[in-house]
Design a protein around this ligand. Structure first.
Ligand SMILES: [Zn+2]
Ligand SMILES: [Zn+2]
Length: 94
């Protein structure tokens, strides 16, 4: 089992920035669900400390989805239930 620190490190990594940019370019910066301005890149298979080092999950374009805030919130059911979306340093990890 890894530590939440590894998630933090991942979201600060150059590899993630590149994967994010690729996804944003591929979708012209639009939410893949509603076409609004995409602001957050979502992992379809949720990123956890156990799979963060698996590039087939963490960096796979097919596992990423550019979403606007509303669709991302809805995806995580953030308005219905409390889900932990921040690591212990307060960084968004949704
Ligand atoms: Zn949307
Ligand atoms: Zn997400």
């Amino acid at each position: 089992m890894g530590k939440p620190k590894e998630l933090h490190r991942f979201y600060k990594s150059k590899a993630w920035l590149i994967a994010r940019n690729l996804k944003t370019n591929a979708t012209q910066g639009k939410c893949e669900r509603c076409g609004a301005i995409g602001e957050e890149v979502h992992h379809k298979i949720r990123l956890t400390v156990d799979n963060v080092n698996d590039v087939n999950i963490s960096l796979n374009q097919d596992n990423l989805e550019l979403l606007c805030k509303d669709c991302h919130n809805e995806e995580h059911g953030r308005f219905k239930k409390k889900e932990v979306l921040f690591d212990d340093d307060g960084n968004f990890i949704g």
